[in-house]
Design a protein around this ligand. Structure first.
Ligand code: ZN
Length: 118
């Protein structure tokens, strides 16, 4: 991973942390921990769809590309941003899942496939 990518991930980690705080989450995770999760996710791909993740353009936390890194809160009802309740996934899976549980999102994806391939 080159230094430009690392720099953008570091900026993104700070921005997404701040954005979650603004949205009313109690933030109990350090910027460095979010950054480490992003570095790991860049190697493994999106937890849901497996796509190869890309860093944000300038460290911005806004989703502009489908495969861009995005911080997913596993259980948003808890309103706590902490290790174990968040992960780095792609923007399209994060937006597509919204507040659905993992199982509901997977079921929804299957319905899309069945409906479109029908
Ligand atoms: Zn994905």
């Amino acid at each position: 991973m080159n230094s430009d990518v690392m720099d953008r991930l570091w900026k993104w980690a700070g921005n997404t942390r701040r954005d979650h705080k603004r949205r009313g989450f109690r933030v109990r995770i350090h910027r460095a921990e979010i950054y480490d999760m992003a570095v790991e996710a860049m190697k493994t791909g999106c937890y849901f769809c497996g796509c190869k993740l890309v860093p944000t353009k300038s460290g911005d936390s806004q989703c502009t590309l489908p495969n861009q890194v995005s911080l997913d809160v596993v259980n948003p009802k808890h309103r706590v941003l902490e290790k174990g309740n968040c992960r780095v996934i792609c923007c399209s899976c994060n937006r597509g899942r919204m507040h659905m549980s993992e199982a509901d999102y997977v079921a929804k994806c299957l319905r899309v496939v069945e409906n479109m391939m029908g």
